[in-house]
Ligand binder design. Structure first.
Ligand code: SF4
Length: 357
């Protein structure tokens, strides 16, 4: 599928982008020890170390690993403690454990030869599509675009992709565009050029657009979208909350309270509420905090029910409390049969409906 054609690029052919990029890379490539080799073991090691780690921090670790474990066999045969000790300070220790495990995999499942195809490299523990593409293209010349965060940024700006890059459909589009840009000749160098361009030129904040060799191709620049692309919509963490409602009534009236906090349901009416950290509550203490020493005729609690909001799960427990006569208080006193005339959160409304209140 040809993806370039529908995009409105100022009459410039995006197929020229790789050439421009390669020239830029020839002039701007940073020297790194793993760039001097095509040894898949060393390339793999560098890629694992550089996940979530800056080049400056990762380089001494790379050199120490190569020094201590010059071959994958030496790494596989080392005790795990030795590997973890050498990794100390880099964080994300699962990377070190996976590295060690994958070295053993190579020795046992691939007869000590590092796998030489994307599909088999992907079988190694701790190796995902990006890392497998990088190793396959750099070490074995396989034509496969390696798409990391840098490449996502470059491609989405160049092609004006304004959709959320955390969505898999957007990631697929970016992968296809990256695949179209990759060349038959030296795909590994092209991948490195793309990543380096993202790391040095098309950086997240204040990219150097004024001196960018790709500025004429760049849809984000033409439309002044550079600081808005790539769009990453953060997933909001769901929050669990535990609401204990107290339906405090006498024969004809019940107490209500109007929510005024900067929170959900602001301005709506509810029964007196105590929010706790779980479904458990010290009921006598809770009742005392609302009613003081007023004598209570009956207490009945229902089981907590879950109510799902967009970013919150509310676990609501209703406690029915009957008193002889509701005293004066700061709560609003409502006739029992008029509660439904107040603006109520759906959760309370439903509860009243299902309990014939
Ligand atoms: S013009 Fe700016 S945003 Fe576009 S590719 Fe170049 S550096 Fe990135």
């Amino acid at each position: 599928m040809e993806l370039f054609s529908p995009l409105k690029l100022k009459s410039l052919d995006p197929h020229n982008i790789p050439e421009v990029l390669d020239t830029w890379f020839d002039q701007n490539e940073r020297l790194m020890p793993w760039r001097e080799t095509r040894d898949p073991y060393r390339i793999w090691l560098s890629e694992i170390i550089l996940q979530q780690t800056r080049v400056a921090q990762g380089t001494p670790y790379y050199l120490a690993f190569i020094n201590q474990f010059p071959t994958i066999e030496k790494l596989a045969n080392a005790p795990e403690d030795e590997v973890l000790k050498l990794w100390q300070g880099l964080g994300y220790y699962s990377r070190a454990r996976n590295l060690h495990f994958a070295a053993k995999q190579v020795m046992m499942e691939f007869s000590g030869e590092f796998p030489n195809q994307y599909s088999s490299i992907l079988k190694l523990k701790g190796v995902g599509p990006y890392t497998a593409s990088a190793i396959a293209s750099i070490a074995f010349g396989e034509k496969r675009a390696a798409v990391d965060g840098n490449v996502i940024r470059v491609i989405s700006r160049l092609f004006g992709i304004s959709e959320d890059t955390n969505q898999s459909v957007t990631q697929n589009t970016i992968q296809k565009l990256a695949d179209e840009l990759i060349k038959d000749s030296n795909p590994g160098r092209h991948n490195q050029a793309m990543m380096e361009f993202g790391a040095m030129q098309c950086v997240p904040k204040n990219p150097n657009c004024q001196n960018c060799p790709l500025s004429e191709y760049c849809i984000a620049l033409q439309n002044q979208w550079v600081d808005q692309i790539p769009l990453k919509v953060k997933k909001l963490k769901r929050r669990s909350r535990y609401f204990h409602y107290f339906i405090i009534q006498d024969d004809s009236n019940v107490w209500l309270h109007r929510r005024s906090e900067n929170d959900i349901w602001n301005g709506l009416y509810q029964f007196p509420l105590i929010e706790s950290s779980s479904n458990e509550l010290n009921l006598p203490d809770a009742v005392f905090s609302i009613l003081g020493s007023l004598s209570v005729e009956m207490i009945k609690s229902n089981k907590a029910k879950k109510h799902v909001l967009s970013h919150q799960d509310i676990y609501a427990t209703f406690h029915h409390i009957k008193v002889k006569c509701l005293p004066e208080s700061s709560f609003i006193s409502s006739k029992l049969n008029e509660v439904h005339t107040f603006a109520l959160p759906r959760l309370i409304d439903r509860y009243l409906e299902s309990n014939d209140f």
